[in-house]
Design a binder for this molecule. Structure first.
Ligand SMILES: [Zn+2]
Length: 168
C-alpha cells in the first residue's frame, strides 16, 4: 500500500475521531469547531511533518565550526580538479594550470553533491564499521589524511617503525 494512501487513511481516521469527540463535547457546533481544528491539524502535519520528525531526532543544521571534518570532506570532493592532459588530481595550490605539465584543470562532471552524498553513505555503511572494529585494539593508530601525501607517508613510516620496535 502506498505511503501517501496510508497517510490519507490515517489523517481521515484522526479527523473522524476529533469530530466525534467535538460532537460528544459540544454537539453540532462542537463537531463543526472540531472539523475546522482537524483540518488545520491535517494541513500542519502534511506540510510540516518533515520538520516535526527532524526536531524529534533533535536534528540541527551543522556549520563549519561544529562539523569541521564533514565540511573538509565535502569541500575536498566538490572542489577536486583533474588535469585534462596528465589525468592526475590537481594540486590544491594550482590556480588554472596543472603544476606538473601545465595542462588545463577541469572539475570532473561526477564530482557533484549527489556523488559526495553517496560516498558519505558508503563510508557510514561500509568503512565506519571496520574503523569501529579496529578502534579498540591497542595497535590502532590515526593518521591525518588531509595533510600533504609525503607528510602522510612520513607519519605512516614512523608508526610502523614504532610498532616494529615495540614488538622486538
Ligand atoms: Zn597535468
Amino acid at each position: 500500500m502506498g505511503n501517501l494512501f496510508k497517510t490519507a487513511i490515517l489523517l481521515a481516521a484522526l479527523t473522524c475521531l476529533v469530530v466525534l469527540i467535538g460532537g460528544a463535547i459540544g454537539g453540532q457546533q462542537g463537531m463543526l469547531i472540531a472539523f475546522v481544528l482537524a483540518a488545520g491539524m491535517n494541513f500542519a502535519s502534511y506540510w510540516f511533518s518533515d520538520r516535526i520528525v527532524l526536531s524529534m531526532y533533535r536534528a540541527r543544521p551543522v556549520d563549519e565550526a561544529s562539523a569541521p571534518g564533514l565540511y573538509a570532506v565535502v569541500r575536498r570532493l566538490a572542489t577536486r580538479r583533474i588535469c585534462v592532459s596528465c589525468q592526475t588530481n590537481a594540486d590544491p595550490k594550482a590556480t588554472d594550470r596543472c603544476l606538473k605539465c601545465g595542462g588545463r584543470l577541469e572539475q570532473r562532471a561526477d564530482d557533484n553533491q549527489d556523488v559526495v552524498r553517496e560516498r558519505l553513505n558508503v563510508y557510514v555503511r561500509e568503512t565506519k564499521p571496520v574503523l569501529e572494529f579496529y578502534r579498540e585494539r591497542p595497535t590502532f593508530r590515526v593518521v591525518n589524511g588531509a595533510q600533504a601525501s609525503d607528510k602522510v607517508a612520513q607519519e605512516l613510516d614512523m608508526m610502523i617503525d614504532d610498532a616494529a620496535a615495540a614488538r622486538a
